[in-house]
Each structure stands twice: as structure tokens, then as C-alpha cells.
Unconditional design. Structure first.
Length: 230
């Protein structure tokens, strides 16, 4: 059996339960459980100094990115905005996990010189992103429960209690966001962002948190990183 030792290009589609990886040298896809042990074992099977592209997917891509970086692979995190436009430019209609993994590998092969290598974010950045993500999940649950239960009079009192609990949890997260933001030294940046019309405390925190990942070449690069155009 031939042992492949030359660096290869790998595209990875990430989901909560598993990742689907495409290896360019083998022209093959593989599904791996998205937990650190399984990811570590698989990443160690890749040729040294391989180049890996994966799409930023909530927080589910972080274990793969961190472990690959620790091992010594070259990691590129591609934003959904840029990847979507690349998919359109090459006329790809299919959007399955294996297709997206191949698309990421193809994008990395053609654009690698123009992309920035990924590096682990500061701990405060990870904490703020996690808190913002958990708050978003909390709000989605609150809205879903309200819509589901509001039409049933028998659940009126229970709904009120549940909404009170949601409010308390939201206040806890808000306090933690203020605490971590202060410790990270981004309070002034949050105030500057809040000066923009229509930007509230949470959006300002998200914008200021994004700048903890480093400088951006221009406004378009920042928009692509956020996936949001103010």
C-alpha cells in the first residue's frame, strides 16, 4: 500500500454531530464524529502540514480548527458569505455535506494565496462568542415556547413562570457579557458601536468582539467575516 506523505488539501463541512471531510489527494469523503478524541485521531492520519478549509458554523467548527492548528496543519476558516458567492460563481447547485466539503477544498486550492491563516482566538473572544450564541438560543426557545403555549389558556400560569425563568437567565448572560467585555478591554469599542443608529448593546458587543480577531483589510472584509451588512 502506498503511504501518502505529501501535504494535501482538505475541505470540511461541519455540523454539530459530525464533520464530513474531503481529501483532495484521495478524491474521497469521510464522515467523522464531531468530538475531540475522534477528530484528533483522524487529523493525525493526514499528511503533515496539510491545508484545511472549513466553514465557520456557530461554534461547532472550533474543535476541528484548534486541534488541526495544534497538530501543525494550515487552517483556513471560510465565512459563509464568501463561500456562497463562490458556489454561485462556479455554477454549483447541489448543497449536500459531501458537495460542500469538495467545494471548500476547491475554493482553498484556487484562493489559498489570498486567504489568511487561522490562529486560535483569545480566550475572552471565545467566551463572548459562546455567551452571545447561548443568548440567541435562549431567545429562540422563548419565542418558540410563547408561540406554542399562548393559545392554551390552561397553560397561562405555567407560561408566565417559564417566561420569568427565561428573563432571569437572560439577565445572567447579560451580566456575564458586561463582565467579560470589561476584562477584555473592549468596553470603549462597544460604546463607539452603540453610537451607530439602530445598534444596541448586544449588537455592539458582537461587533466589538469581532475586532478581537485582528485587523480587517477593508469594510467588505469585515462584512464578510460577520455575514451581516449594517
Amino acid at each position: 500500500m502506498t503511504i501518502l506523505t505529501s501535504p494535501t488539501v482538505v475541505g470540511i463541512d461541519v455540523a454539530k454531530a459530525e464533520i464530513v471531510a474531503y481529501r483532495e489527494d484521495l478524491n474521497a469523503t469521510q464522515a467523522i464524529t464531531n468530538d475531540r478524541d475522534a477528530l484528533g485521531r483522524w487529523l493525525n492520519t493526514l499528511p503533515a502540514n496539510s491545508s484545511i478549509a472549513l466553514e465557520a458554523t456557530s461554534t461547532y467548527h472550533l474543535d476541528t480548527a484548534e486541534l488541526a492548528h495544534e497538530i501543525g496543519h494550515r487552517v483556513y476558516v471560510v465565512d459563509a458569505y464568501r463561500l456562497s458567492h463562490y458556489r454561485e460563481s462556479i455554477g454549483q447547485r447541489a448543497k449536500t455535506d459531501p458537495c460542500d466539503a469538495r467545494l471548500l477544498a476547491r475554493y482553498l486550492s484556487s484562493e489559498q494565496k489570498r486567504l489568511r491563516l487561522w490562529s486560535p482566538p483569545p480566550q475572552a473572544y471565545k467566551l463572548l462568542k459562546s455567551l452571545l450564541h447561548r443568548r440567541a438560543e435562549l431567545i429562540n426557545l422563548r419565542v418558540s415556547l410563547t408561540l406554542s403555549w399562548s393559545g392554551e389558556p390552561l397553560l397561562k400560569d405555567e407560561l408566565a413562570q417559564q417566561l420569568k425563568s427565561f428573563k432571569q437567565a437572560e439577565q445572567v448572560i447579560q451580566k456575564l457579557l458586561h463582565k467579560v467585555s470589561k476584562e477584555a478591554g473592549i468596553t470603549e469599542n462597544i460604546k463607539r458601536c452603540k453610537a451607530i443608529e439602530g445598534v444596541g448593546d448586544l449588537t455592539a458587543t458582537g461587533l466589538a468582539t469581532a475586532f478581537m480577531r485582528g485587523q480587517f483589510a477593508n469594510g467588505d472584509a469585515f462584512i464578510a467575516f460577520l455575514g451581516m451588512d449594517l
